[in-house]
Design a protein around this ligand. Structure first.
Ligand code: PDD
Length: 290
């Protein structure tokens, strides 16, 4: 298989030839932020929104964005076409650069800028048909979950705990309230109403989540951002998780109990159709691009 092309600090090169110093603060401290952007039909999905979230993450860790939006756009589109266009998953990461190991911010250090893209792995149709399982776990992360940081150890441990319990996702509980999945946002349907926890310091403002809220509003489907506790979660009619990589995935069992009928529900069907139509419109060039 031919190697994919990546971007590193101003150069496009084969992945095998891309190396970063062992003193990079991303490697040593996890001092950096990232984005994952899906690409459909060679077009970047919600580019503006991903750039806005990247800028928010950078501002939160006090790192300047070295590129203007149009430069990012050129860079990412070039990477996508070098890797064959079509359906891809773009990854980009910025770290605070290479410096002797010391906690304070280094002076006059250029950030490390890395981007890669790989074929998008579609969600397993069998999993989509049967629905996924989740377990609830105490949210052991910090108070800045709105930053898309590369320091993902708590998320990794929580996700692995779910996998070890034969579940696909961990649904996290903070102070008795549901926040999100270990790598996804969460929606429930309760008494016919779609609900999702409000944005804030305890969850990542997901691009998929925000699009679903937008699609629901545009189609006059009632949807509320509000607190959800574990009891309401377990007694919901439907539960779904949402992310760039897993799109909108029904969760049909939580902590070993069926959710609603134990099958993907009708409101998931409707929202998933709206989401898939949005993707098709993007591919057809009908969604306004920046
Ligand atoms: N993660 N919450 C967390 C903690 C996440 O890691 C993600 C996505 C989301 C959903 O965000 P979005 O809709 O923008 O993908 C919510 C990505 C896919 C990842 O880490 O690979």
């Amino acid at each position: 298989m031919s190697s994919s092309t990546v971007y590193l600090n101003g150069r496009f090169l084969p992945q095998e030839q891309a190396f970063v110093s062992v003193l990079d603060r991303g490697f040593v401290f996890g001092d950096g932020v990232y984005e994952v952007i899906p690409v459909y039909g060679g077009r970047l999905f919600r580019f503006d929104e991903h750039m806005q979230r990247l800028n928010n993450s950078l501002a939160a860790i006090r790192l300047d964005n070295p590129l203007e939006k149009t430069a990012w756009q050129t860079l990412l589109n070039t990477l996508v076409s070098k890797n064959g266009g079509g359906e891809q998953s773009l990854y980009l990461q910025l770290t605070r650069g290479v410096a002797p190991r010391d906690h304070p911010f280094p002076a006059n250090t250029a950030p490390t800028l890395f981007a890669s893209s790989n074929p998008l792995v579609p969600v397993d149709p069998a999993l989509l048909a049967r629905g996924a399982s989740a377990i609830t776990l105490e949210d052991t992360r910090w108070k800045h979950c709105n930053i898309k940081t590369i320091s993902l150890l708590p998320n990794i441990l929580l996700r692995q705990q779910a996998l070890d319990a034969n579940a696909q996702e961990a649904i996290l509980i903070h102070d008795g309230l549901v926040t999100e999945g270990s790598a996804s946002n969460l929606f429930i349907v309760s008494h016919g109403l779609i609900k999702t926890p409000p944005n804030g310091p305890f969850l990542l403002p997901g691009i998929t989540r925000d699009l679903l809220l937008e699609l629901a509003a545009a189609n006059h489907i009632a949807c509320q951002e509000c607190n959800i506790d574990r009891h309401e979660l377990l007694h919901a009619d439907e539960v779904w998780i949402a992310s760039s990589t897993r799109e909108l995935l029904p969760i049909t069992h939580i902590d070993g109990q069926p959710i609603g009928s134990g099958h993907a529900g009708p409101i998931w069907q409707t929202m998933n159709q709206l989401y898939q139509s949005y993707k098709q419109a993007l591919i057809a060039g009908e969604v306004e691009q920046p």
